[in-house]
Design a protein around this ligand. Structure first.
Ligand code: ACM
Ligand code: ZN
Length: 734
């Protein structure tokens, strides 16, 4: 480097580092990068120098290097000389920070703690070819690392990911993968949502039925089927021994596992097992997820003994300082009618039944504190105040709920659903929920934990950090859909949690993804979301905008989904049948985007004959059966309760309708959620005699190529559906 440039680096360090950082494509972007001159040649004889040969970071680095290089790398306690990667302890480096220096002679990683050491290794790995993560032998004989000094430390101490293992069960191997993937992004908190209505996932020795019964759902189980798990027995759980092993695996990678035991609502998997822990009262109001009888009674003293026993075990299994009790979305009606709960209200002088929630939370706080732990919970736990200053809130309902919590003095983690719930759709064309927001990559990247907050510097310290969350109602199908929802959005959250606010820039982040980081994700084995192209039809031409300059887009001309051998888009497509074209971005043979058509072309020309609907299924008061006669495909009509065998819903046309296909969709309009899981369709040419057609498969059925005009279509229910209610939709007739 010329002298003048060195001076420029000193004066305009940030600007130069910004440029350099794009070149190294590090994610999350480091605080400071100063490129040097020349290279360090990785070659035979390379060793790792560390004080303790059993040190995890050194062993981990050795394993990764041995996978990539054509020669073995030794670990030594000898003070490092040339051709060595040297670990150094430097107490002036902030917690979890590191200084990585590559010179032509050697590489040093300085840190003050094991987290910083591990993250120094992670950044070093990002300087190698992306394939270093794959475990497949790269057989590099030598590899030049550019000389550089990287000084780095996190913005927030809490950089997390919440995974709901209740609604979908993830096995230990899969959790270990998530831990690897998180730690490669310098994320350090894994919040496991271990219990919810649909499954209890952690062994409690005193109450074995919580897992022998509460961990399973299905036709003959205590917990009814839901979320497409169907009539088969579905579930699983972690033994305490397994969980302890997982905790160790995570600790080695600087990740703390935080257990959540969701109370007093979202608790069907425990209320069903214990039977007598609810109030025994009833309500017509389902919980947010549509369940009934899933709320613990807060007036029965015996319940607190059970809860204490469970918390005592959780506290002994999980070494982290927290026990998270959830506390979200409770239906209070049960307590309103319960003599035990009413007695508490009277004794405590409460006016509103809601105050019982505060009472319950404060009692749980006492129990959790008794076992040496800090209480954590969703922002609902701070609604009634009176918490210990240590009790920690995860703000999910909104940014302002975070502000409320901070103003009350509680340490707070930001997981605002509108930005950080990665079960939401990326775009309206993709699978997922949308109730909080549609969350494309630039939106989640744009989030700042301190946005829309006016805080004093003291209050700011209460914002511990940020986490993304994955709720898993929709993750059972297709396989590995969780990875699609999580990546690359979690890369964005990692950068929000780690990097300095002023160093964040979406274009730069995106260029690092496409230049190298997608390759790293692929090499890690992540089935991440590939960005689809954008297609419009104008002046007889299909105009394709690639999602990024190097993207490979393939297409078909017969309406089918492109495959890895479909034609590659390479320029102008002139056509007068644009509705027959489909396009996908192919990252590799096995990883590609959704298939898209031109966004301004009508793909289906549905027939919309006059129709009426008859049913003996009780319909929810807020639904109108007539909505099923509108051919508005955004409308759905909901049953009041779970369906029963023998019920029917019949669409009757004014006149028999000639058509090729009748599609009978049920469930939500874009996602498989609360549809017909046990049933078939039948159809009639005369409105009197019916012919049996297909069984419903994943909430859908079709009538194909009827021989003549169809007068009526009937849905026949043969068993309960796998949801507390069922949604019906308009017919799609072509
Ligand atoms: C939540 O989404 N109920 C925390
Ligand atoms: Zn009660």
């Amino acid at each position: 480097m010329k002298k003048g440039l060195v001076l420029l680096v000193l004066i305009f360090g940030n600007i130069i580092s910004g440029m350099a950082e794009t070149k190294l494509n590090i994610v999350p972007t480091p605080n400071k990068i100063v490129m040097g001159e020349g290279t360090f040649m990785v070659k035979r004889g390379l060793s790792i120098s560390t004080e303790d040969v059993r040190d995890f970071s050194a062993l981990y680095l050795q394993e990764k290097l041995n996978g990539a290089l054509d020669f073995p790398v030794q670990i030594t306690t000898a003070k490092g000389g040339k051709n060595t990667i040297i670990f150094i302890t430097d107490s002036t480096i902030p917690a979890e920070g590191y200084k990585l220096t590559v010179t032509p002679e050697n590489v040093t990683i300085a840190s003050s703690d094991m987290g910083g050491k591990y993250y120094g290794v992670q950044t070093l790995l990002q300087l190698f070819p992306a394939g270093i993560y794959s475990g497949a032998s790269l057989r590099l004989k030598e590899y030049p690392l550019e000389t550089v000094t990287i000084e780095d430390a996190p913005r927030f101490s809490y950089r997390g990911f919440m995974l709901d293992v209740s609604r979908t069960f993830f096995d230990l191997d899969y959790l270990r993968s998530y831990i690897d993937w998180m730690s490669a992004h310098k994320l350090n908190r894994l919040h496991l949502h271990l219990t919810d209505d649909n499954g209890w996932r952690i062994e409690i020795k005193k109450y074995p039925e919580l897992t022998t019964k509460g961990a399973w759902r299905g036709k003959d189980e205590l917990i009814p089927p839901t979320y497409l798990s169907g009539d088969e027995r579905y579930g699983g759980y972690y033994t305490q021994k397994e969980m302890k092993e997982l905790i160790k695996y995570a600790q080695e990678r600087n990740i703390m596992i935080i257990p959540e035991f969701d109370l007093p609502g979202h608790s069907l998997s425990s209320t069903k097992v214990f039977g007598n822990v609810t109030c025994g009262t009833s309500t017509d109001t389902p919980s947010a997820c549509g369940e009934f009888d899933n709320v613990w009674c807060v007036g029965k003293e015996s319940n607190y003994k059970i809860l204490e026993n469970i918390i005592k075990e959780l506290a002994s299994v999980f070494p982290c300082p927290y026990v998270n009790i959830g506390g979200d979305e409770v239906i209070f009606d049960y307590w309103r009618q319960c003599p035990d709960c009413q007695a508490v209200m009277e004794r405590e002088g409460f006016k509103d039944v809601e105050e019982l929630h505060g009472y319950f939370v404060r009692r749980m706080e006492k129990i959790i504190n008794k076992y040496g732990k800090v209480m954590m919970g969703w922002d609902d736990i701070q609604d009634f105040g009176g918490l210990n200053p240590t009790s920690t809130v995860v703000a999910w309902r909104s940014q302002s709920k975070g502000v409320e919590s901070i103003k009350k003095g509680q340490p707070t983690i930001m997981q605002a659903a509108q930005y950080l719930y990665v079960d939401m759709q990326y775009t309206p064309a993709e699978r997922g929920h949308s109730w909080a927001a549609i969350i494309p990559l630039d939106r989640i990247y744009s989030y700042d934990p301190l946005q829309d907050m006016e805080l004093t510097p003291e209050e700011e310290k209460l914002v511990l950090g940020v986490q993304a969350g994955l709720w898993t109602e929709l993750m059972q199908f297709p396989p590995r859909f969780s990875e699609y929802q999580v990546f690359p959005r979690l890369c964005a959250v990692a950068e929000t949690g780690w990097s300095a606010k002023e160093d964040k820039n979406y274009e730069d982040f995106h260029s690092r993804l496409v230049n190298k980081h997608y390759d790293r994700l692929y090499s890690m084995g992540i089935a991440f979301r590939v960005e689809p192209p954008k297609v419009v039809y104008e002046d007889s031409e299909l105009k394709v905008t690639l999602p990024y300059p190097s993207a490979v887009v393939r297409y078909t001309t017969d309406g089918t989904e492109p495959t890895s051998v479909s034609k590659v888009y390479s320029g102008k497509i002139i056509t007068n049948t644009p509705e027959d074209f489909r396009f996908s971005t192919f990252f590799s043979r096995d990883l590609h985007s959704i298939a898209v058509a031109a966004e301004n072309v009508t793909l289906h020309h549905y027939i919309t004959p006059k129709v009426k609907v008859e049913t003996d299924i009780p319909i929810w008061e807020k639904s109108k059966l007539e909505d099923l006669t509108t051919y508005n495909f955004n409308k759905r009509v909901r049953s009041k309760e779970r369906l029963q065998a023998g019920q029917t819903l019949t669409y009757i046309f004014d006149e028999p309708i000639e058509c090729n296909t009748i599609h009978i969709p049920t469930g939500y309009t874009n996602i498989p959620f609360y549809g017909v899981s046990n049933g078939y369709v039948e159809y009639s040419y005369d409105g009197v005699n019916f012919i049996k057609g297909e069984e419903f498969y994943r909430y859908h059925a079709y009538i194909r190529n009827p021989e003549k005009g169809v007068k009526a279509v009937r849905i026949v229910i043969t068993g309960p559906n796998d949801g507390y209610s069922c949604n019906f939709q308009n017919l799609k007739i072509e």
